[in-house]
Design a protein around this ligand. Structure first.
Ligand code: FE2
Length: 435
């Protein structure tokens, strides 16, 4: 049954860099945004009403890079005490044999609920396909359909242990795509040799030709400045006419390249229209582990890529798994880490960064994203005034709307201060925000 409609009053509509202080009302009919007008100019016409009270009304957040098969496995069978990427991969390899269909679905559903409750409407999850039985993939394919009412979940066939370096790796990738994976993943820097990594990249593009699917690979996730598979990806993207359909995640080696090489690489990435997804929560703790001091930050060149006109997005990557024991499924947490590590704290840069968890990753997923008349009624009212404040406060998502229906709502936390000698407590609905 189609929703009865919705009427949101007094919203500051994204991008507030264009709408400024002006408040708007937004009317929803069925699953579509029917009208947006200055506050007070539209009749609600009996639709159920929400008062945004001057808060930000944003397109839903997008998590373009997460590993839903591994979420909430931290400590199983043991903790990653060194904190390194490689111990994470080995710990995951120990956990993989005990994966079951029900186990994967239950953990992923819980993490998806966390993301949805905090405003995420589109999730692209890598799924490890280095498993002869493809247990996790089959579970998440089923879950993808079961959560359609609350989120758009897309699945990426991810060869965690390599394609050439894992038995039957190519056939497992093909089987994952046959079973219904949406996107082709990869991990060329993890293959045993440079040549194998290059061959892997060519295999991914050949598979893309066969299946018509886009590509989203892990690439150069290392501090090794000699890891240079991204140039191979960019070249094949252009030769195959796949501009705009290829995403490279992590690309942390770019943080270690010399500036001459980075300049050349950025030029070809721009021409190839490759999207870069940074995963700052994981990479600020996983990288630089072989360094003493000075210690590298190990993040891709977010600011420079963005300035060069490359589509840059931000992913959560891990939520309590062998690589990252923390995380709560908040894309605004991930974005907060990004603006710190990338030093994007200029006023305009904070607004710019907000696009990295909304419109930029949606563009990479080839999905229209925005708050406009005629677009699907997918949006979030955040308990804050604008995008920069969203990054700072990581506020409650008051209402998360998908297809014209409220799919999650959160009451902002309230703190109360009791001063000595005073009988009147002081309460704050947003510590750090308005009193
Ligand atoms: Fe990842």
């Amino acid at each position: 049954m189609a929703p009865a409609g919705l009427f949101v009053r007094n919203a500051r509509i994204h991008p507030t860099t264009s709408t400024g202080e002006a408040l708007s009302d937004l009317a929803v009919d069925g699953d579509t945004i029917a009208a947006i007008a200055p506050a007070g100019a539209l009749p609600p016409d009996g639709r159920p009403e929400l008062d945004a009270a001057g808060c930000l009304l944003s397109p839903p957040l997008v998590d373009p890079h997460v590993h839903m098969d591994a979420v909430l496995t931290v400590g199983e069978p043991r903790y990653n005490e060194s904190g390194t990427l490689i111990e994470g991969i080995f710990t995951w390899a120990e956990r993989k044999p005990s994966l079951t269909h029900a186990d994967v679905k239950a953990r992923a559903l819980e993490a998806i609920r966390w993301e949805v409750a905090q405003g995420t409407g589109l999730i692209r999850s890598h799924v490890d396909v280095c498993d002869p039985n493809l247990v996790a993939l089959k579970a998440l394919l089923e879950l993808r359909e079961e959560v359609r009412d609350i989120v758009d979940l897309r699945l990426i066939a991810f060869p965690q242990d390599g394609i050439l370096s894992f038995p039957n790796g190519k056939e497992l990738m093909r089987e994952a795509m046959r079973l219904g994976c949406d996107v082709i993943g990869g991990i060329p820097h993890y293959e045993w040799t440079r040549d194998d990594g290059v061959e892997e990249v060519h295999f991914l593009f050949d598979l893309a030709r066969e299946t018509g699917a886009p590509i989203d690979l892990h690439c150069d996730e290392t501090d090794d400045e000699q890891s240079r598979f991204l140039e191979v990806v960019a070249a094949r993207t252009m030769r195959d006419g796949m501009e705009g359909r290829v995403v490279a995640g992590h690309t942390t080696a770019m943080g270690s390249y010399n500036d001459n090489y980075a300049f050349k690489l950025i030029q070809i990435l721009r021409r190839a229209g490759v999207t870069i997804v940074a995963n700052p929560l994981d990479n600020i703790v996983l990288q630089g582990r072989f360094d003493t001091y000075p210690k590298r930050r190990g993040m891709t060149r977010v600011k420079e890529l963005d300035a060069a006109g490359i589509n840059v997005a931000c992913g959560h990557d891990s939520i309590m798994d062998p690589w990252y024991p923390l995380g709560r499924g908040s894309m605004l947490d991930a974005l907060s880490m990004l603006v710190h590590v990338a030093q994007m704290t200029g006023r305009a840069e904070l607004f710019r960064a907000y696009e990295m968890v909304t419109t930029n990753p949606a563009r990479a997923a080839e999905v229209p994203w925005g708050v406009k008349e005629g677009l699907p009624a997918n949006f979030v009212v955040f308990d804050c005034a604008d995008e920069a404040e969203a990054v700072r406060l990581r506020p409650a998502a008051r209402w998360v709307v998908r297809g014209g229906r409220i799919v999650a709502e959160t009451e902002p936390a309230r703190s109360v201060i009791h001063r000595a000698g005073s009988t009147t407590p002081v309460s704050f609905i947003k510590p750090g925000g308005a009193g």
